[in-house]
Design a protein around this ligand. Structure first.
Ligand code: COA
Length: 338
C-alpha cells in the first residue's frame, strides 16, 4: 500500500491562557541575614529582590508545575483530557528520569497527552514555547501546555551568599492553541546558544560526567555555581541585541513594543536591558522583588503579573527576552490574544 498523509493545515499558535503557582513559604532578606553574611540593603540595591517563595521539603517541580497547569486550564475552561502535549522546561526535574512532563501528565490527568522536558536553564520556557508552537503550526496538535518550573532551592548552597540570595521556586504555564483567522499570536523568534558560557554558570554534579558520590557531595558539586559578574554583562548585551534584531527583521523598533517581558534575574540587568533598547520602564514587566530568579518560571510568572497589572491587552505587541546558563539566549515576538 502506498503511503498517504493528511495535508498539513498550518495555523499560527497563540497563547490562549496563563496560570502560575508559587509555594506559600517565604524566604525574606531578613531570613537570609540570619543564614549568611548579607543584609537587606545589599540584596535590594544589587538585585532588587526582597522575598522569594520556597517549596517545603517533599514538594517537587512536578507539584508546582501541575498546580500552575491546573490554574491555566481552569482559566480557559479546558479539561486536562483535551491536552495533546505537555512540555516542561526545567533544570530541577523531580528525577533524572522519567521526565517531569510524564509526572505532570499523570498528576494532571492529561490522559491523551504525550510530552517531554527541555533543559535550557533560564531560557527553557521561551525555547519550549517555540517547540509547542511548532506542534500547533504543523497541524498535529490543537492544545499544547508549555510549563516553566523550577525548585531552585533544591540546588542552592545556603552557605554561599553570592548565589543563595538570588533564586526562588515557582511555576508558570501557558496554553497554546491555533490562532483564529483574525488573530496573530506567536510571530517570530531568535534563539542563540554560546557553549563557552558553560564554565560561568553550572551545576557539575549528578550528571554522567560527575555522578553522585560522597566526594561530589563533599565538593559541593550538586549546587549552582556562577561567575556573577561575567553572567551579568553578557545577559544585558545579548538580551538587548537579540530583541532588537528580532524586531528589526519584522519591520519594528523597540518603540513599537507595548510590553517587554524580560527574564527576571536581577533588577539591574532588566533596567540596563530596557535602557539599551530605549524602552520606558512602564512598558517593562518587573516582579523580581516578589519572586527572585525562578529560572524557567520567570517569564510565565511575569506574564501573569503583566495580566494582573493590566499591562497586556488583546492586540498588544509583546517581546519575551531570556538569558541563562549555557549560555542560552532567546527572544520571542508575539501579539497578545487574550
Ligand atoms: N551580601 C553581601 N555582600 C555580598 C553578597 C551578599 N549576598 N554577595 C556578594 N557580596 C560581596 C562580594 O563578596 C564583594 O565583596 P568584595 O568587594 O569585598 O569582594 C561585593 O559584595 C561585590 O560583589 P560583586 O560580585 O562585585 O557584586 P555585584 O554587584 O556584581 O553583584 C550579583 C553580584 C551576583 C548580584 C551580580 O553579579 C549578578 O546579579 N549577576 C548575574 C547573576 C545572574 O543573574 N545569574 C542567573 C542568570 S540567569
Amino acid at each position: 500500500m502506498s503511503l498517504t498523509a493528511k495535508p498539513l493545515t498550518p495555523a499560527r499558535a497563540k497563547i490562549s491562557s496563563v496560570g502560575m503557582y508559587v509555594p506559600p513559604k517565604l524566604l525574606t532578606n531578613a531570613d537570609l541575614e540570619s543564614m549568611v553574611e548579607t543584609n537587606d540593603e545589599w540584596i535590594v540595591t544589587r538585585t532588587g529582590i526582597r522575598v522569594r517563595h520556597i517549596a517545603e521539603k517533599g514538594v517537587a517541580t512536578s507539584d508546582l508545575a501541575t498546580e500552575a497547569a491546573r490554574r491555566c486550564l481552569a482559566a480557559r475552561g479546558v479539561d486536562a483530557s483535551e491536552i495533546d502535549a505537555i512540555l516542561v522546561a526545567t533544570v530541577t526535574p523531580d528525577m533524572m528520569f522519567p521526565a517531569t512532563a510524564c509526572l505532570v501528565q499523570h498528576k494532571l490527568g492529561a490522559t491523551h497527552a504525550w510530552g517531554f522536558d527541555l533543559s535550557a536553564a533560564c531560557s527553557g520556557f521561551v525555547y519550549a514555547l517555540q517547540m509547542g508552537a511548532k506542534l500547533i503550526e504543523s497541524g498535529a496538535h490543537s492544545k499544547v501546555l508549555v510549563i516553566g518550573a523550577d525548585v531552585m532551592s533544591s540546588i542552592l548552597d545556603y552557605t554561599d551568599r553570592t548565589t543563595c540570595i538570588l533564586f526562588g521556586d515557582g511555576a508558570g504555564a501557558v496554553l497554546l492553541e491555533p490562532a483564529a483567522a483574525d488573530e496573530v499570536g506567536l510571530v517570530d523568534f531568535k534563539h542563540e546558544v554560546d557553549g563557552t558560557g558553560a564554565t560561568s554558570l553550572y551545576m557539575a554534579g549528578g550528571g554522567s560526567l560527575h555522578p553522585a558520590t560522597a566526594e561530589t557531595v563533599a565538593a559541593k558539586m550538586h549546587y549552582v555555581h556562577q561567575d556573577g559578574g561575567s553572567v551579568f554583562k553578557v545577559a544585558v548585551r545579548k538580551m538587548a541585541e537579540l530583541s532588537e534584531s528580532l524586531l528589526k527583521r519584522n519591520g519594528l523598533t523597540p518603540a513599537d513594543v507595548d510590553c517587554f517581558v524580560p527574564h527576571q534575574a536581577n533588577l539591574r540587568i532588566i533596567q540596563a536591558t530596557a535602557e539599551r533598547l530605549g524602552l520606558p520602564l512602564e512598558r517593562v514587566v518587573v516582579n523580581i522583588g516578589e519572586y527572585g530568579n525562578t529560572t524557567a518560571a520567570t517569564i510565565p510568572l511575569a506574564l501573569c503579573t503583566a495580566m494582573e497589572k493590566g499591562m497586556l491587552r488583546k492586540g498588544a505587541t509583546v517581546v519575551l527576552a531570556s538569558f541563562g546558563g549555557g549560555y542560552t539566549v532567546g527572544s520571542t515576538l508575539l501579539r497578545w490574544e487574550i
